[in-house]
Design a protein around this ligand. Structure first.
Ligand code: GDP
Length: 297
């Protein structure tokens, strides 16, 4: 499971805190120094770590906490609360239009991040909610992408709209929305092209789709195993095209957890879902409080 090493380190710090009946300011500062190191080793963004430790310290040192009955426990509680806050506090859902109005969701991300898989996973979730989603194959550059989306759509029992690979993505997107409105679909999920690196052409293509199709949610898929790179990718997408939320994939294989802890604080955008495996059912809603509990043990 993710975060194993971070969890273990934090639990050791907490064990020492609990052991002490009274805490001095020095004890708290020493413990927080270890928390800081553990977070940095987990590849959490440096600024995020700095602010996090500062917030915990301000709440713990010199306050009633130190003179309370169970100071160690109180410090641990503050760490927990600040960690939940760091990840956005509330669970954020994809905003869907009511009834038959069509919500267009544009999926974006670098190649290999898990975008095509996540697109099908999300379609399954929306279907469970009683929505009627249509998947649109707008990734015309990666040869296997369309076939992969079709296979996954079939597994999910969700129709895939495709025009092959000789049309412009924006035109496929437009045609997909038209097809949806004629056939009673109320969500269209656009699987757009991923590139190996962020480039202008990729961004321009996404901007063009956003401008010409009534996209109401732009969701970025990033690979948590790439750590701070994932955070930088998210910042760039937010800056260039504007995103509404992030799906963090491959958390099942991420032993460090830095992206999960940094992305909200750095980009201001919520994590909507986490990918926990390759199977199409391996997508979980993101709960900041549950995630903090997972990390803190
Ligand atoms: P795309 O290029 O962004 O469309 O990426 P794909 O959807 O093709 O996924 C790339 C690889 O990552 C595939 O082998 C997926 O099965 C795998 N993958 C996607 N999401 C997850 C996840 O949450 N956990 C794991 N372990 N693998 C994932």
């Amino acid at each position: 499971m993710a975060f194993d090493s971070l969890s273990e380190k934090l639990q050791n710090v907490f064990k020492n805190l609990r052991r002490k009946g009274r805490l001095t300011e020095e004890d708290v500062k020493a413990a927080l120094k270890e928390v800081k190191l553990a977070l940095l080793e987990a590849d959490v963004n440096f600024k995020v770590v700095k602010n996090f430790v500062k917030s915990v310290q301000e709440r713990a040192v010199g306050s009633d906490v130190m003179n309370g009955l169970n100071p160690g426990q109180m410090v641990i509680k503050i760490v927990n609360e600040e960690m939940v806050k760091l990840m956005g506090s509330e669970t954020t859902e994809i905003a869907l239009k009511p009834g038959i109005a069509i919500t267009v969701i544009m999926m974006a991300g670098l190649q290999g991040a898990g975008k095509t898989t996540t697109t099908a996973k999300i379609a399954g979730k929306l279907k469970q909610k009683g929505k009627k989603p249509l998947l649109a194959a707008c990734d015309v550059y990666r040869p296997a992408a369309i076939a992969q989306l079709q296979t996954n759509g079939e597994k999910q029992g969700v129709e895939v709209f495709s025009m092959g690979d000789s049309h412009k993505p924006v035109n496929i997107a437009k045609a997909a929305v038209e097809h949806a409105s004629k056939n009673g679909f109320n969500v269209v999920i656009l699987d757009t092209a991923g590139r190996l690196h962020i480039d202008e052409e990729m961004m321009d293509e996404l901007i063009e789709i956003k401008e010409q199709v009534d996209v109401s949610q732009t969701i970025l898929v990033v690979d948590s195993m790439t750590g701070q790179d994932a955070v930088n990718v998210a910042s760039t997408f937010e800056e260039k095209i504007g995103i509404d939320g992030v799906v963090l994939t491959k958390l099942d294989g991420d032993t460090r957890g830095g992206a999960a802890l940094s992305i909200r604080a750095v980009t201001g955008k919520p994590i909507l879902y986490i990918g926990m495996g390759e199977k199409l059912s391996d997508l979980e809603q993101f709960y900041p409080d549950r995630m903090a509990s997972r990390i803190l043990g």
